[in-house]
Design a protein around this ligand. Structure first.
Ligand code: HPA
Ligand code: ZN
Length: 328
């Protein structure tokens, strides 16, 4: 067995960002929506930089307009993840793209997504949990609707709350109300920081929002005091190396700080972020890490253990996934 065949846990996946371009084109065709401008001639998504990526992402979301669309999308995503060896996954779901922040609409979308997740669990032996995310560039007022949706549907399946979107707009602290609301509902917390923002953005995420995980967080490598704080507080980073390389943070995997963060004792995990946008899969991430840093089956088993410890799920699910990892 090569490392790419090992079972995997993924903690950082944007639901719409996992939509294969062919899936989006099919929906566009069915709904007679012209999306030709967001694809390259070879059929892949076409974007220049992070801001443009976000606008292409939102254009693709234009065809995802009903619970049934999300049911189909969820099945397609989980079939692909399972084919790449993922046995447990957490997906970021935005009420903004699932009914526009309206609670009743969100409940209908969520039911469809959970039905598809149940079907995928039976068919493909993969477990999914949902992390509701607000979108930073939609602003703190809109984020309150997302937090409300999250709080009202918190439970065994919706287990976390987080924030994605454009890190260069606004501050983490402006979203404190939304994160406090989610925390009071018993949800686990994560937010994107330290991807385009520097180490101070990771500090803000921890101090101002009280998150237990950080999406990316890799720029913590620039600040030894912050690295110590991440270790002391047992914070886990949801690292997405392939995404960081495509968006130009680092020239290649060898230059990526994931191995140095791990050596410093930080809890690091590996995810794909938006796999078709970044031309990656969990299998490819494992292959590239193994090639760049010589990581072997033992290293990846340790990575899985870190990810499972940091997973936003109940203890029964954690024990079940642990057994599933041991079976392979
Ligand atoms: N980063 C930040 N926000 C996002 C992303 C991402 O990769 N995908 C969708 N929203
Ligand atoms: Zn992300």
């Amino acid at each position: 067995m090569t490392v790419a065949d090992l079972p995997k846990i993924e903690l950082h996946l944007h639901h719409e960002g996992a939509a294969p371009p062919a899936f989006i084109r099919q929906l566009a065709h069915e709904k007679r929506i012209d999306l030709s401008g967001i694809f390259k001639p070879d059929g892949s998504y076409d974007f220049r930089d992070f801001a443009h990526f976000l606008s292409v992402y939102e254009a693709a979301c234009e065809v995802l307009k009903s619970p049934e669309d999300f049911r189909r999308l969820t099945l397609a995503i989980l079939e692909e993840s399972a084919a790449n060896g993922v046995v447990y996954s957490e997906t970021f779901l935005s009420p903004d793209f699932c009914g526009g922040g309206d609670l009743h609409a969100w409940q209908d979308y969520l039911t469809a997504i959970q039905d598809a997740a149940d079907e995928a669990e039976r068919k493909f032996d993969i477990t999914l949990r949902g992390v509701v995310t607000c979108v930073r560039h939609f602003g703190p007022e809109q984020a309150k609707f997302s937090a409300h949706c999250a709080a009202e549907t918190a439970g065994d399946w919706v287990t976390g709350f987080g924030m994605g979107g454009n890190e260069s707009i606004g501050t983490q602290g402006e979203f404190k109300w939304a994160f406090d609301c989610a925390r009071e509902a018993g949800l686990h917390l994560t937010t994107h920081a330290g991807e385009f923002g520097g180490p101070e953005s990771v500090r803000d995420a921890i101090h101002d929002l009280g998150v237990e995980r950080v999406g990316h967080g890799v720029r913590a490598i620039e600040d030894p005091d912050l690295i110590r704080e991440l270790v002391d507080r047992d914070i886990t980073l949801e690292v997405c190396p392939g995404s960081n390389v495509v968006l130009g943070l680092y020239p290649d995997f060898a230059a990526h700080p994931i191995a140095r963060l791990r050596e410093a004792g930080v809890n690091v995990t590996v995810s794909t972020d938006d796999p078709p946008f970044f031309h990656t899969t969990m299998r490819r991430e494992y292959e590239m890490l193994s090639e760049a840093f010589g990581w072997n089956a033992e290293d990846f088993a340790a990575l899985n253990e870190t990810a499972l410890n940091a997973a936003f799920c109940d203890e029964d699910t954690r024990a079940r996934v642990k057994k599933r990892l041991e079976k392979t």
